[in-house]
Design a protein around this ligand. Structure first.
Ligand code: 5GP
Length: 174
């Protein structure tokens, strides 16, 4: 089986949207105690670009998660494989996600983090596939709404490959 990749969102389109999101977040979190929490592995590229588009003295931390599910479908049972390096009590947490698909992963993480007494918890996701939603998730900052296709690149993988593509692509199987 060979794989062809078609471009869905170009690097330039991503960069422009990340700048807009960064400017909005800068405005909204002025004088707050912002902690970006990148959800690994998929968000590492987006988190790095978004952090540099925000003009605030923020902290950045990462959360490793593993979702148990059938194939590419997540089950909502999320195991933390790598926890934050510091507590988040009284801080303004902004989750940075690559994609909200069924919504189960981020819904679980938001519920879990609320028990850690942060001042606030919000969600920033580069992509959202509303067609696949299983739970309703409030995505406070959203890059792009996309149709129901399996996407790769800009942090997102296909069997651990393609995370380094500078654009969002779709694998076409021949
Ligand atoms: P959810 O719990 O919202 O269904 O799944 C979220 C996670 O599933 C994402 O963080 C991502 O790791 C993975 N995922 C969902 N859709 C896609 C996709 O189209 N492409 C890739 N590479 N991963 C996806």
């Amino acid at each position: 089986m060979s794989e062809r990749i078609s471009v869905m969102i170009t690097a330039e389109q991503i960069a422009a949207r990340v700048r807009e999101l960064g400017a909005q977040i800068t405005k909204d979190y002025k004088d707050r105690s912002l902690v970006l929490v990148g959800v690994l592995k998929g968000s590492f590229v987006f988190a790095a670009d978004l952090a540099r588009a925000i003009d605030l003295p923020l902290r950045i931390d990462f959360l490793g998660v593993r979702s148990y599910g059938e194939g590419t479908e997540s089950s909502g049972v999320v195991q933390i494989t790598h926890d934050l390096s510091k507590p988040i009590s009284n801080e303004d947490v902004l989750f940075v996600e690559d994609i909200v698909d069924t919504g189960l992963t981020i819904a679980h993480l938001v519920d879990l983090f609320r028990t850690r007494n942060p001042r606030s918890v919000k969600v920033c996701s580069l992509l959202h596939k509303p067609a696949r939603a299983k739970v309703s998730v409030n995505v406070d900052y959203l890059g792009f709404t996309i149709e129901d296709k399996f996407v790769i690149g800009y942090g997102l993988d296909f069997a651990e490959k393609y995370r380094n593509l500078p654009y969002i692509g779709v694998v076409e199987r021949d």
